[in-house]
Design a protein around this ligand. Structure first.
Ligand SMILES: Nc1ncnc2c1ncn2[C@@H]1O[C@H](COP(=O)(O)OP(=O)(O)OP(=O)(O)O)[C@@H](O)[C@H]1O
Length: 333
């Protein structure tokens, strides 16, 4: 498979007198193969927008390399720009224009055939409201218009930041169908989203970023399989024993991936019997110990160390540094 998008060792450092030096991207890698729907995931402040803005030539990186369709950026940006459609920050539209006028204007500016306007209106489901003014549109309808504007030039690579934002469940399902259709027609789609269940349903592959570094990548099933191994759910006879149990296990080197109200999720457990022994030694008795298949949300929370902890309000950018051993480099590819 050929890569449509390649990023290697990308670095971006912000410096300010007040906040000092901040490594928004700290040697970040990403690779997206042709014809894939690829999920780009990371917690708030992890570097997603910085990556996408750097790719589009809006931010100058401090190091690393990037290529789109085999052409090195930023030098080749003018040559590849016509083949990349992107919505990275919510675009502003003239409120008194209709969707059809807006897209017509964009098509003329981009020297694209006017027939594309009706084609993309149909694709994003705005056909019947295309003549109404944008200011009368809901958030979800504006989101559809944004996607339509990115589709106008029939790009080879489509980059969408939070495309499901503001969409109702039906709209999310339609967006999912549209992404699949686009990929089937040969387009490569990169989606950043916080709706992890959606990403798991739509995407062929994912990249997870945390603190400016890639912490996982590869086909969705492979990322899930790598993390399902050794994932165990533990219930205790008394719910009040969960917190001391989490503490005991962590002290003994067992990874507690999440503390839920009525159970613990552990990862990397080779011998479940060790868990019950460790707990019993402390007078904590297990009522259930079950191997489980994890979902993308659990993997995300574990790798980015952003799972909620009872009694704590986790602060943005202060997530624990992710253990790089065994995770850096990722799986699959
Ligand atoms: N212009 C800037 N000056 C200083 N720091 C910045 C600037 N832009 C971004 N940052 C910092 O870089 C880090 C990465 O930000 P970025 O916007 O790329 O995150 P993100 O993953 O897109 O987050 P979100 O999911 O909240 O949109 C954050 O710590 C942010 O505060």
């Amino acid at each position: 498979m050929s890569a449509v998008l390649e990023i290697e060792g990308l670095r971006k450092t912000y410096r300010s007198r007040k906040r000092g030096v901040r490594h928004a991207l700290d040697g970040f890698d990403m690779r997206v193969e042709a014809g894939q729907v690829h999920g780009f995931l990371g917690p708030n402040g992890s570097g997603k927008t910085t990556t996408l803005r750097t790719l589009l030539g809006l931010i100058r990186p401090n190091g690393g390399r990037m290529a789109i369709l085999g052409q090195e950026l930023p030098q080749a940006l003018p040559a590849v720009a016509g083949q990349v459609g992107a919505i990275v920050e919510s675009p502003q539209f003239f409120p008194h224009f209709s969707a059809r006028d807006t897209l017509g204007l964009l098509a003329r500016a981009g020297e694209l055939p006017q027939r594309r306007v009706d084609e993309v209106l149909e694709q994003v489901g705005l056909r019947d409201r295309a003549g109404e003014r944008v200011k009368t549109y809901s958030l979800g309808m504006k989101q559809r218009l944004a996607v339509a504007s990115a589709l106008l030039k029939n790009p080879k690579l489509l980059i969408l930041d939070e495309p499901a934002n503001g969409l109702d469940p039906g709209g999310i399902r339609e967006m999912r169908r549209l992404m699949r259709e686009l990929a089937e027609s040969g387009m490569t789609v990169v989606l950043s989203s916080h709706i992890l269940g959606e990403i798991q349903l739509i995407c062929d592959s994912v990249t997870i970023i945390s603190l400016g570094r890639r912490v996982a990548f590869g086909p969705v099933e492979q990322v899930l399989a790598a993390h399902s191994q050794g994932s165990v759910r533990v219930r205790l006879e008394a719910v009040t024993d969960l917190a001391p149990a989490a503490e005991t296990l962590t002290r003994s080197g067992v990874r507690v991936a999440a503390t839920e109200p009525d159970h613990l999720m552990l990862s990397g457990v080779d011998k479940p019997a060790v868990v019950s022994r460790l707990l019993a030694e402390q007078g904590l008795y297990v009522s259930e110990l079950t191997p489980v298949a994890v979902d993308l949300e659990s993997v995300f929370l574990e790798l980015t160390a952003t799972a909620p902890v009872p009694g704590q309000n986790r602060q943005v950018d202060q997530s624990a540094k992710v253990d790089q051993t065994g995770t850096a480099g990722g799986w699959g590819a």
